[in-house]
Design a protein. Structure first.
Length: 242
């Protein structure tokens, strides 16, 4: 069994020179792992800076990324997508066109008697009441339905503004540590429930913390760290794409 986990790519709607360099790295990574004979590729949220799925429209700047994911899926790798805080609305595009499984909250699996729990993590941060209130509005079914009546060009721009684009939102290391405390507290509960690993993203801080009854892992991001998690029958390793 071999699995790769990634999160927080935050591909932007408009591709400038900086974004193009980032995507060249990310797309080269997708091209490479297609040859890894993976069982699963788990994307733990926020692949895009804004994802709202209209009935007939997807942003053209996302086309290359989708085509590479489609190629990975066709190679025999199951793609698992977990909703992040920049993922506002899902219909059936990922399931139908990419053959991905979509989960709005978390995903669980086992390898060699080790239990894994994966979540984007935004639900479990501490000291972030403003965001939790905003998310309750954005995920509201009535608000989501109204949003669908807006022209996609306008709606996606509005979605970008509401999502507080990660590039424009400067978060200090001290703030990240405070946010992460909620993720760690939640992880301890999952360890007590029998999980050996709790894997999350959201705070863009790649690392593995070892506790007496389990390991907490943050996947980092593809904005400055280019980090990913490799899981197989023998090891769980946080790696960085050069």
């Amino acid at each position: 069994m071999k699995i790769i986990c990634i999160s927080d790519i935050h591909q932007k709607l408009q591709i400038d020179n900086e974004e193009r360099k980032k995507l060249e790295k990310f797309h080269s990574f997708l091209d490479e792992i297609k040859n890894y004979n993976l069982d699963k590729l788990i994307i733990a949220g926020d692949l895009f800076d804004v994802w709202y799925e209209y009935k007939m429209v997807i942003p053209k700047s996302y086309f290359v990324t989708f085509s590479k994911l489609k190629s990975i899926s066709e190679s025999g790798t199951k793609i698992i997508y977990l909703a992040g805080n920049h993922d506002f609305k899902f219909r059936n595009f990922l399931k139908k066109e990419i053959e991905a499984e979509v989960y709005l909250e978390n995903y669980e699996f086992e390898i060699s008697d080790r239990k894994f729990f994966v979540s984007h993590g935004d639900e479990h941060t501490s000291n972030d009441a403003r965001y939790h209130f905003l998310k309750s509005i954005l995920r509201n079914k009535f608000v989501s339905t109204l949003f669908g009546f807006i022209h996609p060009d306008t709606g996606l721009k509005l979605g970008k503004w509401m999502s507080r684009s990660s590039k424009n939102r400067k978060v200090s290391e001290k703030k990240k540590t405070k946010l992460e405390q909620g993720l760690i507290n939640f992880s301890r509960k999952k360890f007590a429930a029998g999980f050996d690993y709790v894997i999350m993203g959201h705070i863009h801080l790649p690392r593995i913390l070892r506790f007496e009854n389990g390991k907490y892992i943050n996947l980092g991001d593809w904005i400055s760290h280019y980090s990913y998690l490799l899981i197989d029958d023998e090891k769980v390793e946080l790696k960085y794409w050069e």
